[in-house]
Write a protein that binds this ligand. Structure first.
Ligand code: PNS
Length: 171
């Protein structure tokens, strides 16, 4: 399928295990700048992700229902190949703190090496989300900490369902 060359399609790739309010903030900012933004969930990133690929797709679709220019998909393999297939010219990544910079800089330059026409654009989330990461959400939730306001309500619900399921299994 061809798209008009002036249609600005961006890809926001990640693991989203789970989706946080920091991710939501970046997706909303991106959706205001680009004609469409494809949230691309890396399939099978970990051998044992907390949420399956399908669960992550369902969560993201639920959060962004009614936002026609936000599309939720999964991808495998090299991001640059997927971007080419989607006729996207931009990769969006969020930068929370200086500590993100080194990894993001390496990835952006490797992607540029692989596909010079693909540009990486970094966006900053609102300050209140700068300390949130999927890894910390998982840890805090598992240890009984409060995560309300840090993830969309549907993520909190699904986390609670998962924890309940695990407790019942352990009985
Ligand atoms: O949310 P994450 O885990 O930081 O996202 C990392 C992601 C998915 C953007 C990165 O691992 C990726 O693009 N993987 C696809 C494989 C690939 O293209 N690797 C080379 C990147 S330089």
């Amino acid at each position: 399928m061809s798209t008009p060359s002036d249609t600005r399609i961006a890809i926001y790739p990640g693991s989203f295990d789970p989706l946080t309010n920091g991710h939501v903030d970046i997706i909303e900012r991106g959706s205001r700048i680009f004609d469409s933004i494809i949230v691309a969930i890396l399939a099978n990133v970990e051998k044992t992700p907390l949420f399956s690929e399908l669960e992550r797709v369902e969560i993201l679709r639920e959060v962004f229902k009614g936002r026609p220019n936000v599309k939720i998909e999964t991808f495998n393999g090299l991001l640059v190949d997927y971007a080419k297939q989607k006729q996207a010219h931009v990769i969006v990544r969020g930068l929370r703190a200086v500590s993100d910079f080194e990894y993001e800089f390496q990835m952006a330059l490797m992607n540029r090496h692989l596909e010079p026409a693909l540009e990486t654009v970094f966006m900053m989330p609102a300050e209140q989300y700068t300390y949130i990461s999927s890894r910390l959400i998982k840890e805090v939730f598992t240890l009984g900490g409060e995560i309300t306001g840090l993830v969309p309500p549907v993520v909190e619900e699904r986390l609670r369902e998962k924890a309940k399921g695990r407790r019942q299994k352990a009985k």
